[in-house]
Design a protein around this ligand. Structure first.
Ligand code: FAD
Length: 473
């Protein structure tokens, strides 16, 4: 039997916020003591260098927010199940509640915790606008095409965001906590760590401020401005959404309010938020999408490069000689993010002109993006490569030159990030050389890199290989 003094452990993972947190609100409503906990568990250990560092920044902010409420964040390192069992036994907690996640690794871990915990385990919604099972086709299954998914999602009301609790009842005694600094979550970043960290906007308060500013100043023109990589035209909330420092529902709510005020660009913002839900919907219904071609005919495609080939290395290091792509890869290396259009162009060059398996690019992004999201990364890579559901067809090959002309006509983005060839490069372009490993041997005084491939010839070769590929049975 539980009584009003039996604590509830709130296990934070990718929901590093107090506002619109259904599990936390429900725990607060019971009046029972609440013990917030974050684990350096198998999920954290599996993260790439940049997302792991970024998560650490978010955890520090969450700890501060909890302390401001007179609460604490208890940190423990170890596999989730034994660590939670031990903490529940130590604190006398009668329940562990968390926000449900939908990627395969989290599902495996959480199922194990649910079954082996020994006290009540309960998963709440909150990571998405709608749980993946809630949006169904007429036949009752999951959607594979974005258009009808969006229409079904648009017809549902996600409800109002929940307020942050004003107080969390503390336990009689607090359990010991480890030190966040001792976890060295930034260790794999090497010398790029402080440079990338300076570009981050961690924590719930900053995320909210960013959303408010975006809605007040830019959402009206978002539909057009979001395509220009040199402009601050999009929300830049992906790092906060992926860590859960702001909820998708809070963003949706702000977007619909802007739409009601007549801000036309807000509809496009809602569509992008729905792409996030759609990615998770696809990953939930087809977990293999994170690791394998969704269209099986791609399994036998004759990829031309592997992860160690010189072309791939040039792509990773922003040294392809194709300036828009180099700018994009360097932007990611320095800031932990890359503009959406630039992501599409860079991914297209790798998978199409260079005929490289999209999983090589997926892995590099997984290590470099501070907004890394298991669903969005996989679904978007498969979309660009043409191997996913509702994907861009293989013959749609982005031309970096025409994209540069259309979306960076004055070369501002390229100059922002590629130093070579500029008499006085800006600090952004120079900082790449401070972030890049010395072993890459790059200097801003190097000559402008020559293109590593002829775009027209590479395009024709990719199209020929595509036409000759084995067709589904
Ligand atoms: P906004 O334009 O302001 O959009 C608002 C929010 O909608 C974003 O913060 C994001 O949560 C969501 N969103 C927008 N576009 C997409 C999309 N295409 N798919 C899914 N959700 C979207 N996004 C990630 O969050 N993590 C990733 O790991 C990731 N990897 C990608 C890999 C490739 C190859 C490509 C082409 C795209 C990838 N994206 C990823 C999607 C997209 O590029 C980013 O979400 C976007 O650039 C983030 O900027 P923003 O916050 O200003 O977005």
């Amino acid at each position: 039997m539980t009584d009003s003094a039996t604590p509830i452990l709130i296990w934070f993972r990718r929901d590093l916020r107090l506002t619109d947190h259904p599990a936390l609100s429900a725990a607060t409503a019971t009046g029972r003591p609440v013990i917030p906990v974050f684990l350096c568990d198998e999920g954290v250990e599996a993260l790439g260098a940049a997302p792991r560092m970024r998560l650490g920044l978010g955890v520090a902010e969450l700890a501060r927010s909890l302390e401001a409420l007179g609460s604490r964040l208890i940190l423990r390192r170890g596999a989730a199940l034994p660590t939670l069992r031990a903490l529940a036994a130590e604190t006398g907690a009668g329940a562990v509640w968390w926000t449900r996640l939908h990627d395969p690794l989290s599902r495996r871990r959480d199922d194990g915790v649910m079954q082996g915990l020994g006290v009540e385990g309960r998963a709440f919604p909150g990571h998405l606008l709608h749980e993946p099972e809630a949006i169904r086709t007429g036949a009752g299954g999951g959607f594979k095409v974005y258009g009808p998914f969006f229409r079904a999602l648009r017809a549902r009301d996600p409800g109002e965001p929940l307020p942050a609790p004003s107080r969390l009842a503390p336990p009689r005694t607090w359990p010991q906590s480890e030190e966040l600094a001792g976890w060295r979550l930034d260790a794999a970043m090497n010398r790029g760590g402080p440079i990338v960290a300076a570009w981050q906007n961690p924590g719930e308060a900053r995320a909210r401020e960013r959303l408010d500013r975006f809605v007040a100043e830019r959402i009206g023109g978002y539909a057009k401005a979001r395509d220009y990589p040199a402009q601050d035209g999009s929300s830049r909330l992906s790092e906060n959404l992926t860590t859960g420092e702001i909820s998708a529902r809070t963003c949706w709510h702000a977007g619909t309010a802007a739409l009601d005020r007549g801000e036309a660009g807000a509809e496009q913002f809602l569509k992008e938020l729905a792409w996030r839900d759609f990615s998770h919907h696809l990953l939930f219904h087809s977990p293999g999408i994170a690791t394998d071609h969704w269209r099986p005919e791609w399994r036998s495609f004759p990829w031309a490069q592997d992860a160690d080939s010189p072309l791939v290395r040039a792509w990773q290091r922003g040294r392809t000689g194709i300036r828009l792509v180099d700018a994009a890869m360097r932007e990611m290396f320095v800031t932990g993010r890359m503009h959406n259009r630039a992501r599409m162009i860079a991914a297209s060059l790798l998978t199409k002109h260079m005929m490289t398996d999209w999983r090589v690019g997926l892995k590099w992004f997984e290590d470099c993006l501070t907004d890394w999201d298991p669903a969005a990364n996989a679904v978007n890579w498969q979309w660009v490569a043409g191997s996913g559901p509702d994907a861009s067809p293989f013959f749609r090959i982005f031309s970096p030159q025409s994209q540069a002309k259309a979306y960076d006509g004055k070369g501002e983005y390229e100059r922002m990030w590629v130093a070579e060839g500029q008499a006085a490069p800006p600090a952004t372009a120079l900082s790449f050389f401070d972030a890049a490993p010395r072993s890459w041997g790059m200097s801003p005084r190097d000559p402008i890199p020559a293109p590593v491939l002829d775009l027209a010839i590479a395009r024709e070769a990719a199209l020929a290989a595509f036409r000759a590929r084995p067709r589904p049975g």
